[in-house]
Design a protein around this ligand. Sequence first.
Ligand SMILES: [Zn+2]
Length: 286
Amino acid sequence: MESNLLGSSPGSPLCCPVCAEPLVRVERCLRCENNHSFDVARSGYVNLLLSSARRSKQPGDNSAMITSRRRFLEGGYYQPISDEINRQFSAAAIESSCIMDAGCGEGYYLARLSDQLPVSQNTRCYGMDISKPAVVAAARRYRQINWLVGSCARPPFLNDSLDAILCIFSRACFEPFAQALKPSGRLIMVTPASSHLKELRGLIYENVIDHRRDKFIDAAAEYFDLIEEKRVTHTITLPDSRAILDLLAMTPFFWRITLERKSHVASLDALTVQLDVDVRAFVPCN
Ligand SMILES: [Zn+2]
């Protein structure tokens, strides 16, 4: 099936990561007026991550982590988060024509949001991640969304081009986000609240410190005002070690856990964990 996306419609928000001029679709590539050209892959995504912006050869989640992440999310454990994102989105009644998910992973949240948008709004959705395996997995599964490899620190979007940015457990880059958003746009952020995955953290760290919920608001304050906040709490039971390890692979703890503790986690038959997150909407300060 051919994807019909990535700049084929007028008014694409994408810009060249080299020179920041608008990108237009020319056959199988996106090209700027300075002739910088980026191939659209067969599966329909485009790689706009410059090698100079990569900190490692393969930045972001690897294929195994993406497989874990997809299996876990499709288990529905995090659906309350997705539902709250979608609710805030509908409640805001944004005349959304352009949405970007910054750090989209394998596409779960953006695809669920896209599915609930009225077709009549003709919204264009862009999912961006620094991990190429994540974007490949997203592009193969969800054809009606534009997928790109790119960096949140320098998102390849024109100034004032986006109506909404989602940032879900991902590093927020407030200054470039504020630039890419229209003045009427909004940023929807999901961040861990105090007790998020406390039980899992207890298996990994000697001392479990509560997450400080306000730190994200403080970090955003120079560029964004908070306008809505909902804390989503939910108890989830992971029924087997595969689900437990899948969850672990989605978290930052994955990189820090010792081998000994990891084998202990892997030996558990089941685990009940607390989901505790803040879903917040921000608008740019003038
Ligand atoms: Zn260019």
